[in-house]
Write a protein that binds this ligand. Structure first.
Ligand code: GUN
Length: 293
């Protein structure tokens, strides 16, 4: 069994990015600049945004964190988005989700200039991705593909079963892995809450991706021997043995499933760091204006 170490791979890729940034600076140009907008103080969002800002520092990017209170209005947030769209010093930006319930996330996402949409959430980028055109790819699916690629895991002809159909993970990953391209050419099954016999589907997986947000949901009886397991879940559960009183677990019961797996991602230290690294890659692309349309 191989542990797919996303933490180590993300360090490697961040070092590669750092070299490119140093070259940009050596030419007398400014480094890439990512802005993040955080509304409210959801603890998970705080942690994610903190990781993004720290990663910017590691790769030599400039970063700007725009924090606003929970009471921020939709109009105020749309003005921030519009200002970032216009700001020539910002290459790309993200609005951290979820937003407070009085703000329409779809409206905010649609207001982002697609050329600065390094999350790849704008329907224009999503549509272009689906058609195989140059686009910003959403960070988590891109991180999963990088993890597979750099660990030499073949996807062509493999049966990939994805548990979860979200707009930011399950659905785009299904599109990317079935397309005729690098890290594609797989036969993909997307399962969800209405799937009739979930275990029958997951047991057919050569590569199983869990992205449902339920702690330890995938158990040993749901996988076949020799499966490659990608655990996208990041769930905080109570653990009185820890000083903090809690710990992070994935959507896969790691202790049960790992012995049956050919390869598996741990939580933490698997997909999570790769997601942030993919965001850095998108920001570098934005700086280099690589995605043209
Ligand atoms: N919330 C959970 N994941 C993400 C992400 O990748 N980007 C943004 N903006 N918000 C998120």
């Amino acid at each position: 069994m191989v542990v797919l170490d996303g933490k180590a791979l993300s360090t490697t890729i961040k070092n590669e990015i750092r070299i490119e940034v140093d070259q940009i600076i050596a030419k007398g140009d400014r480094p890439p600049h990512l802005a993040a907008v955080l509304v409210g103080n959801n603890p998970a969002s705080e942690a994610y945004v903190g990781n993004k800002v720290r990663s910017c520092e590691q790769v030599g990017f400039s970063s700007t964190l725009i924090r606003r209170p929970e009471t921020t209005t939709e109009e105020e947030l749309l003005k921030i988005v519009s200002d970032l769209n216009e700001d020539a010093d910002i290459d790309g930006f993200i609005v951290q989700l979820p937003l407070p319930s009085h703000i329409n996330e779809e409206k905010v996402t649609l207001a982002i200039n697609p050329h600065k949409d390094v999350d790849g959430f704008h329907p224009l980028n999503f549509g272009r991705m689906a058609q195989g055109l140059p686009a910003y790819l959403p960070a988590t699916p891109q991180g999963v593909l990088l993890l597979l690629e750099r660990n030499g895991i073949e996807t062509s002809g493999q049966h990939v079963v994805i548990v979860g159909r979200s707009n930011i993970v399950g659905t785009p990953l299904g599109i990317l892995m079935s397309r005729k391209d690098k890290m594609g050419n797989a036969t993909v099954t997307i399962t969800h809450s209405r799937t009739k016999d979930l275990a029958a589907e997951t047991k057919r997986a050569d590569i199983l991706v869990a992205a449902i947000g339920i702690p330890n949901f995938i158990t040993a009886d749901m996988v076949k021997e020799g499966v490659v397991v990608i655990d996208v879940g990041i769930n905080r559960i109570d653990d009185p043995t820890r000083k903090s009183g809690s710990r992070l677990v994935g959507d896969v019961d790691y202790d049960q499933v790992a012995p049956k797996s050919k390869a598996i991602t741990p939580v933490p230290g698997g997909v999570g760091p790769m997601t942030v690294t993919a965001l850095m890659l998108n920001t570098l692309k934005a700086r280099k204006k690589e995605i043209r349309y």
